[in-house]
Design a protein around this ligand. Structure first.
Ligand code: 2RA
Length: 340
């Protein structure tokens, strides 16, 4: 016996991946519903070898459904997630709406699966921001061994993190650069993204940080350890899928890079590819469609006593969103829900 599962926002980048990953991982599904806004009504989505027709989120009755994976914006989530939760359906939400709510667990299964039991307060579990998810997977085993004090991270985030329109903007702008008269002005982003990089993701805060940078700080504390200091610079790059991060770590205890490599090789969710030769590292195009968080370029930071540098790459639509949500559903099924 399995679960009755709903995917909300099934036509978006993340919703489609949720359906793919539920099918790929053979999540025990008895019944599945794909929901979207009214304008996508009837749109077809793939679920394994089945085709689902999108139903209307606005009129859907969540009563009797077990798990709802939400992949819609915060505003719409605010309307529909409480409805689903009140109907007895556990919400796993990919928006930022509930991530900082003390009554909602924020879960990356490789890091803090035990915290999932807190979901009963609101019947909601939050999925972290993509750039945080892959980073905490990498930090967790190093923190367990040497206690991380401070992290300095710079991200190189793909346009799929913004959505389908942004992917179209990169594609069309790239073509337009070579075709006179077909230049495409920035619309989704404030500046040209083709052949460029933009040091700005999400809104600016009074501190001068962007909200994306603030999320990396705040979510790392909630998921891994409130004592860890994080400073982030988040940058959009002309890559379709796959977020990359340059991570500098300062630990309390000394950790040799060779031991760090061994620890990361053994850690769940991580694949180390680090040959210290041309091409002996992972780039975003190689991580597309994969589950792993890839770690390369592991080395000592000799400017401080206990410092390490590493390069971390993952599919932002998968570990950064849909895969993590499905992994949460798996933990929920194994530990908390009665069926399955
Ligand atoms: C981005 N963090 O890449 C967002 C997606 N959740 O813009």
């Amino acid at each position: 016996m399995g679960y009755k599962v709903v995917v909300v926002g099934a036509t978006g980048n993340v919703g489609r991946e949720m359906l793919n990953i539920l099918a790929e991982r053979e999540f025990p599904v008895d019944e599945i519903a794909a929901l979207a806004s009214r304008r996508s009504l009837g749109t077809e989505c793939s679920f394994g070898d089945r085709t689902l027709k999108c139903q209307d989120l606005d009129t859907f009755d969540f009563k009797g459904w077990d798990i709802a994976l939400f992949a819609i914006g915060s505003d719409a989530t605010k309307t529909y997630a409480p409805k689903a939760a009140a109907a007895g359906c556990v919400v796993i939400d990919n928006s930022s709406l509930y991530r900082y709510d003390p009554d909602v667990p924020l879960i990356v299964p490789e890091v803090n699966a035990d915290a999932i039991t807190g979901y009963t307060k609101k019947n909601i579990i939050a999925n972290p921001n993509c750039s945080t998810a892959q980073m905490v997977v990498a930090l967790k085993p190093l923190h367990d061994r040497a206690r991380i004090k401070r992290v300095v991270v710079s991200t190189y985030q793909s346009v799929s993190g913004t959505g389908k329109e942004a992917m179209d903007e990169l594609w069309n702008q790239t073509k337009g650069v070579f075709v006179p008269g077909q230049e495409v002005a920035p619309s989704v982003y404030p500046k040209q993204i083709a052949f460029n990089v933009i040091p700005h993701i999400d809104v600016f805060l009074d501190s001068g940080d962007t909200k994306e940078e603030w999320k990396m700080v705040t979510e790392t504390k909630k998921i891994l350890d409130p004592k860890i200091k994080v400073t982030a610079t988040c940058v959009r790059v002309p890559v379709f899928v796959g977020h990359s991060e340059s991570i500098n770590i300062e630990t309390e205890d000394f950790l040799d890079w060779e031991e760090a490599t061994e620890i990361l090789r053994e850690a769940p969710g991580i694949l180390v590819v680090d040959k210290r030769e041309p091409g002996g590292y992972i780039t975003p195009v190689e991580c597309v469609g994969e589950y792993a968080t890839y770690i390369s370029r592991i080395r000592q930071d000799s400017t401080i006593d206990n410092g390490l540098n590493l390069w971390c790459v993952s599919d932002n639509l998968r570990k950064g969103a849909a895969l993590n949500a499905v992994q949460i559903a798996e933990v929920l099924g194994q530990r908390c829900l009665k069926k399955g």
